[in-house]
Design a protein around this ligand. Structure first.
Ligand code: 13P
Ligand code: SF4
Length: 316
């Protein structure tokens, strides 16, 4: 947390350098509050990709994790894309590399490859479709029923899609360390304390399929599986006054800001993505001043990855 005086000063400097550089700042919903508050646009992975595809500014500062900056770079080959800290990775993204994907494809030569957006540019370049938490069902439904699908890298997301669509896929056994740690017993403990609250759960959560099952078999009412921005929309539109939030806690800032009359209870206070929190206001300022760190994707990789991303953007 920045002191009030420093905060004002640094915000003014960021504004100044943003004008000098003709830059736009994009931030993911999990960014720290101070970074969200200086961003020109905040969103989930799909919204950031969509926004990045329409940007006019010369420079994009991506306040999120590296795969998000790579996606912006792939969609904007003529712009400079910066990430304020190169260490902002993603544990889910790290569960599969391009060699592993090539080996998997060799075993299933006729399969269609659907990659979650939380993957490297190289992995996207070897994929047929990209998807995010807000469009994965639509993307899978767009693939002819008889086609074999390799889905990667999140096993909980994959199992959720299988259950919702009644369609078997080959699923990579990757997980996000933050969402995998959100377990059914955590949710049930919070539900016992807040029996009337509506449960909003991210499909990367380790217990999403168990929650779906309970919902269907035991009348586990008041539950919705949503992307981060899907949760923001649901909180605004729903009649419910109280919500249990099963995702990374960074989302709570925007939820409280945009729906101040409602109450949000995190399932786990320590569901924190250390990579998302690496971006600070000081680093955003340094990024703009020094034009660091440039995220560049090899032209051939970008050209092939763009096909998978654009297919996704057309479907959703
Ligand atoms: P959303 O696309 O739902 O914002 O999710 C991104 C992410 O990294 C989840 O951990
Ligand atoms: Fe990756 Fe998980 Fe962090 Fe999202 S919350 S960026 S999936 S490590």
């Amino acid at each position: 947390m920045q002191s009030a005086k420093t905060l004002q000063g640094i915000e003014a400097e960021i504004k100044h350098w943003k004008e000098v550089r003709e830059a736009t700042i994009l931030a993911h919903n999990y960014q720290i509050p101070e970074v969200q508050d200086i961003a020109d646009y905040i969103g989930d992975s799909l919204e950031l990709a969509r926004y990045a595809s329409k940007i006019k500014a010369k420079v994009i500062v991506l306040c999120g994790v590296k795969f998000m900056a790579e996606t912006a770079a792939i969609l904007n080959p003529d712009k400079t894309v910066l990430i304020p800290d190169l260490g902002a990775g993603c544990s889910l993204c790290d569960t599969i590399n391009v060699e592993q994907l090539r080996d998997w494809k060799k075993k299933h030569p006729n399969a269609v490859v659907v990659s979650y957006v939380n993957t490297t540019a190289e992995v996207k370049a070897e994929s047929d479709y990209c998807c995010t938490s807000s469009n994965l069902l639509k993307v899978i439904e767009a693939i002819p029923k008889e086609k074999e699908i390799l889905f990667l890298p999140d096993m909980f997301l994959g199992a959720y899609a299988e259950a919702k669509l009644g369609r078997k896929m080959h699923i990579w056994t990757g997980e996000c360390h933050v969402h995998a740690g959100i377990r059914l017993q955590d949710i049930e403990a919070v539900r016992r304390r807040h029996p009337n609250a509506k449960l909003l759960i991210h499909p990367e959560c380790g217990c999403v399929s168990q929650c779906l099952y309970l919902c269907a078999s035991e009348g586990y009412n008041g539950m919705a599986v949503l992307s981060t921005s899907g949760m923001l929309r649901e909180a605004k539109l729903s009649q419910a006054k109280e919500f249990i939030i099963a995702t990374e806690v960074g989302l709570l800032h925007r939820l409280a800001k945009e729906s101040p009359d409602k109450t949000f209870i995190p399932v786990k206070e320590d569901a924190v993505c250390k990579y998302m929190k690496m971006i600070t206001l000081d680093k955003v300022l340094a990024s703009l001043k020094n034009m660091v760190y440039v995220v560049k994707v090899d032209d051939d990789v970008a050209r092939r990855a763009r096909v998978a991303i654009e297919r996704m953007l057309q479907i959703s």
